[in-house]
Write a protein that binds this ligand. Structure first.
Ligand code: ADP
Length: 489
């Protein structure tokens, strides 16, 4: 079939002259003298989509200043007034859903089917959900107040969805925002900024600074920021924690993972195989909670792996604008090289590799879905986050053994348990040290559920009521009233 129509998205890019810049105090900035630009590329074709402005310290200062100036009035609005803006943003995201999806796919390389059916609807639902919270905020969170200005740094794997996870709770709770998208993926954040204008959001409530990690570091170091929220690699998360230590800024981190996908011998095998397609091959495996370690019970190991290999053969890798494609391109050449190196090393260390022959287009940043067997739990490939479509397979004897292997990493973001024995599933869930444990499913996200990690997967939660507390602190007024014998009415 013909690839999906990308003309409206191309026209949108052309209207902007292919230039993607910071959005500060309700306006896209005009870069000053001798600006630095870097290319925005389509990883599936190598085609240049436009150029992205590298923000300067001046821009970051201006963005923080605008966010500060807007914050008091924004927080002083009754919750139901903030809700109106969030509902308006939701409606406009729905209205422009198609444009969002195509831009996301052109920019990131993920299949249009995923951006259209998962990323954009989930991002929209997140704003809708948080509009509801804003509406009941004054009662539900009486005695709490916003931190103030939130500095938010996000990765490239779900550009719009990660924006939603950060921006929606911050705005609902009365914080204002300075957000930096990843340098690889800027397009949908630009469209989101336009929507904020269309929704009539007061100037300075949402600000966007474009640029690479250096701009991220400026946000982390800025005195005018009260709360930092970061999603990305464990290495940068660790650095941000160090850099912000002692600064008084509140911090939440959502980092890497090496999540186990555990299949017991009594599981519904066909469903477990299908679930795995979702767990490790969804979004080219560029998912922080990807089920990248398959733990299969010994007695079904051979038959399960055989079925899985057969299922993998049917996956289609290719042009992400073709809606029949299962895996698109990985985000860039750096990521492609990283995946290739890690897998080559694993094979050198003794892993057996299965890939679909000639699966990938010859041009563009494609990596085929990959199964590695003959892997030990302590091997590098079973410990390091690959962030690609690469599954390591390990066998286990019994329930105890499964828990021990599952917990044997530095991470603890997510896990899946596949069994028909509900008692065993309910024993497994608390025994696994992970922020979320899915039973007979995987990669399920709900705006109403807190998501976050144990150990080196980070701390703090995003989503649900827990996620809102990450943007609130006990207020001065409530401290006074708690101390006073005459409580506030
Ligand atoms: P990945 O390995 O997935 O690219 P990173 O952790 O490097 O993840 O990037 C996630 C986000 O963090 C991006 O927006 C990136 O620009 C930003 N970033 C990178 N380095 C720093 C830094 N030193 N300080 C703050 N932000 C950074």
């Amino acid at each position: 079939p013909a690839p999906e129509d990308d003309k409206p998205a191309r026209a949108w890019i052309d209207q902007r002259g292919g230039k993607f810049v910071s959005f500060i105090n309700g306006k896209f900035v005009t870069p000053g003298d001798k600006p630095t630009w870097f290319p925005a590329e389509n990883p599936a074709t190598g085609e240049k989509l436009g150029q992205v402005y590298q923000s300067t310290q001046k821009d970051v200062d201006a963005a923080v200043k605008a966010a500060r100036a807007a914050q008091e009035n924004w927080a002083a609005l009754p919750g139901f007034e903030r809700a109106k803006y969030l509902y308006a943003i939701t409606r406009l995201m729905q209205k422009h859903a198609r444009l969002f999806a195509v831009l996301e796919t052109l920019d990131n390389g993920k299949p249009i089917r995923e951006s259209r059916d998962i990323d954009v609807p989930a991002a929209t639902a997140h704003f809708h959900h948080h509009a509801g919270w804003a509406q009941i905020m004054d009662d539900e969170f009486d005695g709490y107040e916003p931190y103030g200005v939130a500095g938010q740094i996000i990765p490239w794997n779900f550009p719009l969805l990660m924006l939603a996870w950060k921006v929606a709770p911050a705005l609902a709770t009365g914080n204002t925002v300075v957000l930096k998208p990843a340098e690889q993926t800027n397009l949908t954040a630009q469209l989101f900024a336009e929507i904020c204008v269309e929704a009539g959001l007061p100037k300075g409530v949402f600000n966007l600074v474009t640029g690479d990690g250096k701009v991220g570091a400026m946000i982390v170091a800025h005195d005018g920021i009260d709360k930092l929220a970061f999603t990305g690699s464990t290495d940068i998360g660790r650095l941000i924690r160090k850099e912000s230590a002692g600064s008084g800024k509140a911090l939440t981190l959502e980092l890497g993972g090496k999540s186990p996908y555990i299949v017991f011998d009594d599981a519904d095998i066909d469903s477990a195989v299908e679930g795995l397609v979702d767990a490790i091959w969804f979004n080219q495996g560029e998912v922080c909670c990807a089920g990248s370690r398959l733990l299969v019970q010994e007695s079904i190991y051979d038959s399960f792996v055989e079925k899985l290999k057969r299922r993998m053969q049917n996956l289609r890798v290719g042009n992400p604008m073709d809606k029949c494609v299962d895996l698109g391109a990985v985000v860039d050449k750096t990521q492609l090289d990283r995946i290739t190196k890690l897998v080559d090393k694993a094979v050198k260390d003794g892993a057996e590799i299965y890939q679909i022959k000639d699966a990938c287009p010859t041009k563009g940043c494609f990596y085929p879905p990959t199964i590695l067997t003959n892997v030990e739990p302590s091997d590098e490939i079973a410990q390091i986050e690959v962030f690609g479509p690469v599954l390591s397979v390990i066998s286990f004897r019994n329930q105890q053994d499964a828990v021990a292997i599952a917990n044997n990493t530095r991470f603890g973001l997510a896990a899946t348990v596949w069994t028909e024995n509900i008692n065993m599933a309910l024993e497994m869930a608390p025994a696994i040290k992970a922020g979320v444990v899915w039973i007979n499913s995987s990669n399920r996200f709900y705006a109403g559920c807190g998501f976050g990690g144990y150990r080196e997967s980070g701390y703090g939660r995003e989503g649900g009521k827990e996620g809102l507390y990450a943007y609130l602190k006990p207020s001065y007024l409530s401290t006074l009233s708690e101390a006073s014998p005459r409580k506030r009415g």
